[in-house]
Design a binder for this molecule. Structure first.
Ligand SMILES: [Fe+2]
Length: 382
């Protein structure tokens, strides 16, 4: 873990001679710079390339912690999904409900430059086909499902399905294992696995997602509590054409890199978990309204009504109680964000979405630059 700032980026620490606030793209020692010595390190290593044969994909996943499925989406499936995502992202920005998260804001900015699209199952049929691994929507669906069955295990659940859209000079995400949500790591197998749909050609210039190949083995063989005794290799930026589907396991170090281009770039991440990783009873749904209304914060937390990075609703993932969401759903007064586009009628964009009333929705609303003025006037609660 010898990178200068570890594997987390602190934009305030960046040399003020850098011409981009919070980023020094020239510094060879920073984990998000994958040119120079990082590229030299990996130059002669055969890392995974897009492939279709399941034997190759299995062995890449085992050896490197990830594999790349060539043409996971057909051309037609890809174009339809790409259009839907671009439209949805633009529609949410216009509606003033875009969710900006995933890394720190650049110095001097109010919001991060990474837009997330939450709860994709409500935003187009093709996303439901991804969850079901239906070849009508994803031609590699059965292959993806087979690899998930073999790694996270049969009967897996879909934990989240989100779009991640870094814009120019976004701050990089800290490198992390998805399994760091648990205080243990198992050398034998991952307990969570991600499927990533690549919607734009990935390369170093657009921060094509940072991964440290083989880090799943280095981290898991040290066990849960032991310090690392070896130096972690440098990260690479993934390179793969749009339409490729990447599968990476929960022990692999990864994070969003820096997009240096003018165009946004889109990936989708679907997280799968073992079926035991949930509450036996869905208390948030079963509890009587008065139990929730009178509950202490401690009780709400124990019932699963206060998310802690997990267990949220429409991206409301951190710290705030979900009681209002549950009670307004019960009163049929909660509007979920569905399919939107920049050409949606004003009344659809201006709907009184439940997300507008969440802490994150309210705190980001004043800084939503593309929000239509009519919508801003309607919901301005200041
Ligand atoms: Fe992650």
């Amino acid at each position: 873990m010898s990178a200068r700032y570890g594997y987390n980026h602190n934009p305030q620490k960046v040399d003020t001679s850098s011409n981009i606030p919070g980023l020094d793209l020239e510094d060879d020692q920073l984990y998000y710079n994958t040119t120079g010595s990082a590229a030299d390190y990996w130059r002669d290593v055969e890392l995974p390339k897009p492939a279709k044969a399941i034997k190759q994909l299995r062995s890449d996943l085992e050896e490197w912690g990830y594999c790349l499925i060539a043409e996971g989406l057909s051309k037609a499936q890809y174009s339809r999904m790409k259009q839907r995502l671009s439209d949805q992202a633009a529609g949410e920005r216009k509606a003033g409900i875009a969710c900006w998260t995933g890394s720190a804001p650049a110095p001097g900015k109010e919001l991060p430059d990474v837009q997330f699209l939450h709860s994709l199952i409500n935003k187009g049929e093709q996303f439901i086909q991804c969850v079901e691994h239906d070849p009508e929507g994803v031609q590699a669906g059965p292959l993806i499902e087979q690899l998930l069955n073999e790694t996270v295990g049969e009967g897996f659940l879909m934990s989240s399905f989100i779009g991640i859209i870094p814009n120019k000079f976004n701050m990089p995400q800290g490198l992390h294992m998805d399994e760091s949500m648990a205080p243990f790591v198992d050398e034998n197998a991952p307990f969570t696995v991600n499927t990533m749909y690549i919607m734009d050609d990935l390369r170093a210039e657009n921060g094509g997602t940072l991964v440290v190949p083989g880090s799943h083995k280095i981290l898991s063989r040290r066990g849960s509590e032991n310090a690392l005794s070896e130096v972690m290799p440098p990260a690479i930026n993934l390179e793969a054409p749009a339409g490729t589907v990447m599968i990476f396991e929960g022990r692999l170090l990864h994070g969003t890199g820096v997009n240096q281009l003018d165009e946004e770039r889109i990936i989708l991440a679907m997280n799968s978990i073992k079926p035991v990783m949930r509450q036996q009873e869905l208390h948030l749904l079963s509890a009587k309204p008065e139990v929730l209304r009178n509950a202490s914060r401690k009780l709400l937390y124990r019932l699963g009504a206060i998310p802690s990075g997990l267990g949220g609703i429409e991206g409301v993932w951190s710290g705030e109680s979900l009681v209002n969401q549950r009670l307004s759903m019960e009163a049929n007064a909660y509007t979920r964000v569905g399919e939107l586009s920049p050409t949606s009628p004003l009344e659809e964009l201006a709907a009184d979405f439940g997300y507008r009333h969440s802490d994150i929705g309210q705190s980001q609303a004043p800084h939503q630059q593309e929000m239509l003025p009519e919508i801003r006037d309607r919901f301005d609660e200041s």
